[in-house]
Design a protein around this ligand. Structure first.
Ligand SMILES: *Cc1c(COP(=O)(O)O)cnc(C)c1O
Length: 342
């Protein structure tokens, strides 16, 4: 797994820190919880998409692209990071946003990630929930080609075998840091959506034969679909890395018990996780991904899924800016909770 074989540009502040969460570990009565701060990748307030975009842009530049096209939900963190990179590269950026939650809330539609997309100069196009966004991107690509442009289409979340290399790199980075810290890692837990993060981590940890299990907490798809999608990308990524067939299906675990009513729809567990991380560790999670991922982590700790002596690493994949697209529901939640706490 020699990543230097693949073209890559540098946008992220790496390595991101690994920090202990001693207060939260104590509150939950074990295991030993650690956090990998991929919310601190630097560019445009950070997040996990920047690692993937380093490899995607390496490929785009090799193909002499002059405009990036991508898609996501209205409050897409991936769109924000793509828009920032396009600005930095002097490239045009076309972003297709699907209002996946059907929300009409003003903050959801204009604040958080959306205001940053616009600040970076991306062109935004809005689509209703349920649109075939891949087909819509192809239509935009054809339009641009007809104008003589050289578009590069980045799939939602930057999740293909090229983007996933960013998280193969993250797995290798974690192994180096764990060795330096003398930290024996027993589990890695994170929120999984478009699958590139989990596929890259699994390809990295399993490809390096570490036996460190990766536990995905789904924020959208039911378990069988999410596990199948992640595994499909694990296989493609392994092939891209030159280790085709090296990783079995059993390496992919994705629990969908914490999705609630759907993608981007708040849950009680997510609120509780955000409040606990904030009030024990001073850490900000996001309502769509890390809040639900951490709700899963907390529930697994309470259910005794881990041994109390285990070291469990939660990957903070970013997304805090999205909180400002959810100010209404959050205000309600904080009022209720604070009243209940007296
Ligand atoms: C996109 C995203 C994820 C999920 O990563 P995937 O690679 O899409 O599975 C997790 N957390 C945040 C904050 C994200 O923006």
């Amino acid at each position: 797994m020699h990543l230097a074989r693949f073209p890559r540009l540098r946008f992220a502040h790496l390595p991101t820190p690994i920090e202990p969460m001693e207060n939260l570990s104590r509150l939950l009565g074990g295991p030993k919880l650690w956090i990998k701060r991929d919310d601190c990748t630097g560019l445009a307030t950070g997040g996990n998409k920047t690692r993937k975009l380093e490899y995607l842009l390496g490929d785009a530049i090799e193909k002499k692209a002059d405009v990036l096209i991508t898609q996501g939900a209205t409050q897409s963190n991936h769109a924000r990071q793509t828009a920032a990179i396009a600005a930095r590269m002097g490239m045009a950026c076309e972003i297709l946003l699907e209002n996946r939650t059907g929300s009409k809330d003003r903050d959801y539609l204009v604040s958080g990630n959306v205001i940053m997309d616009r600040l970076f100069g991306a062109r935004l196009r809005d689509y209703p929930a349920g649109t075939d966004m891949n087909a819509a991107m192809q239509t935009v690509a054809e339009e641009l080609k007809a104008e003589g442009k050289r578009p590069y289409v980045i799939p939602g979340g930057g999740s293909n075998a090229i983007g996933a290399l960013g998280y193969v790199g993250c797995a290798l980075e974690i192994l180096t840091q764990a060795s330096d810290l003398g930290l024996k890692l027993d589990h890695v837990v994170h929120a999984t959506g478009s699958t590139g993060t989990q596929a890259g981590l699994v390809a990295g940890f399993a490809g390096a034969r570490t036996g460190i299990p990766v536990y995905g907490v789904s924020v959208r798809a039911p378990r069988p679909a999410q596990e199948a999608n992640v595994y499909k990308l694990v296989e493609a990524t392994a092939e891209h890395l030159g280790i085709k067939g090296a990783i079995g299906k059993e390496a992919v675990v994705a629990n969908s018990d914490y999705v609630g009513d759907g993608y981007g729809v708040p849950t009680e567990g997510m609120y509780e996780a955000m409040r606990l991380f904030a009030r024990t560790e001073g850490l900000v999670l996001d309502p769509v991904y890390t809040g639900k991922g951490a709700a899963g982590l907390i529930d697994l700790c309470r259910k005794g899924h881990f041994k109390s002596s285990d070291n469990v690493l939660f990957i903070h994949t970013g997304g805090q800016v999205g909180l400002f697209g959810y100010t209404g529901p959050f205000d309600d939640m904080l009022s209720r909770r604070n009243d209940a706490a007296g």
